[in-house]
Ligand binder design. Structure first.
Ligand SMILES: [Zn+2]
Length: 344
């Protein structure tokens, strides 16, 4: 039976007289792809033109640049908030180096930050299996506790800005976790489209996506236990996006230790790729849907972030993403897949 999923690509080109070639005519190709779930488009152009920039990590420890960090061990106790006992009886959730505290600038009713390391600066290769597992563990534990206290808040999120190009306000590694009725437009669009797909075809879009990607072998990176890793057909990141789906897990309640372990193992592989490719910064999220539905499995997304250059720190997002709400990528998902696959 034919797949219910369609991967639409519009290939096109633009011609001009090129000053780099004595004003000979040059033809440059680009693509527009349509997301098979939401129908939203994404551009692929400027291929290979943007390289991740090396961050001056050692400078981040210089006092004049570091400034005051509330997450550093010497400030943490007196400068970071605590939860009310009726929400978290122990006030902060601690496991290994990870400490979960309320967000001083909350995004929602229950909004937490996980400080991931004792050290202020943790380069990508400093994320050991234990550090990643512990951070995810306390964050997921928090969301599960909130689910019990406030079952009417249907959606749960993890989000992570790592290093300044990602928009992270503090270099000290931290993740954010919150429960919400308003999980953001992307979540809402995906959720609605997944529900409609399920109604129309009596099957999950995500199961079909995995089946089809596994058959095509162009963007299928691999499986780790309960998780499936893909290069996204349309990429939110300028230099690619990796998507990890847990096809059997739908809500925060079902996200068990095994899933945390599988996510950690996959992340370590992605980080090996990032190290090799010189990627110093990223954004990541996990989306958790409502309980008692079988059309929106939880999924994780990670995109590299970079300054375009270190001369004037131009960000890698521009009018396309900020005003046209259109992602642009300089790396085709099929190329990303073949690069990342060697680490799986
Ligand atoms: Zn710090």
């Amino acid at each position: 039976m034919a797949s219910k999923i369609e991967f639409k690509i519009f290939e096109s080109e633009s011609a001009f007289l090129d000053p780099r070639k004595g004003f000979q005519e040059t033809v440059v190709k680009f693509q527009v792809r349509v997301d098979p779930l939401t129908g939203k488009t994404g551009h692929f152009s400027h291929f290979g033109a943007i390289k991740p920039q090396r961050l001056p990590l050692e400078d981040y420890l210089k006092p004049e640049i570091k400034g005051f960090c509330p997450f550093c061990l010497e400030n943490r106790e007196k400068s970071t908030p605590k939860f009310k006992k009726e929400i978290i009886p122990e006030e902060r959730i601690i496991r290994g180096e990870s400490v979960l505290i309320p967000n001083l600038y909350p995004y929602d009713i229950y909004s937490a930050v996980v400080i991931m390391t004792d050290e202020h600066l943790c380069p990508i290769d400093g994320f050991t299996e234990k550090r990643l597992f512990d951070a995810l563990y306390v964050g997921i534990d928090f969301l599960k506790r909130i689910k019990k206290i406030e079952p009417h808040l249907p959606y749960h999120l993890m989000s992570w800005n790592y290093m300044p190009p990602s928009g992270g306000g503090l270099v000290h590694p931290h993740q954010q976790y919150f429960a919400s009725q308003f999980p953001g437009n992307q979540f809402t669009d995906e959720y609605r489209a997944s529900k409609e797909f399920y109604k129309r075809h009596h099957k999950s879009f995500w199961d079909e996506l995995i089946k089809e990607e596994e058959r095509l072998k162009e963007r299928f990176i691999g499986r780790i236990g309960s998780s499936v890793w893909l290069a996204s057909f349309v990429s939110f990141g300028l230099i690619g996006e990796i998507l990890c789906v847990f096809p059997e897990i739908y809500s925060i309640k079902e996200f068990n230790e095994k899933a945390i372990q599988d996510l950690t193992s996959g992340l370590l592989k992605i980080f090996d790729y990032y190290k090799e490719d010189g990627i110093f910064s990223f954004n990541a999220t996990i989306f958790f849907g409502e309980e008692k539905q079988m059309f929106f499995p939880c999924h994780f997304r990670i995109i590299p972030r970079t300054f375009l250059n270190m001369r004037d720190y131009a960000p890698d997002l521009n009018f396309f993403q900020s005003l046209l709400m259109e992602p642009v990528s300089v790396l085709l998902p099929e190329e990303l897949c073949s690069k990342v696959k060697t680490f799986f």
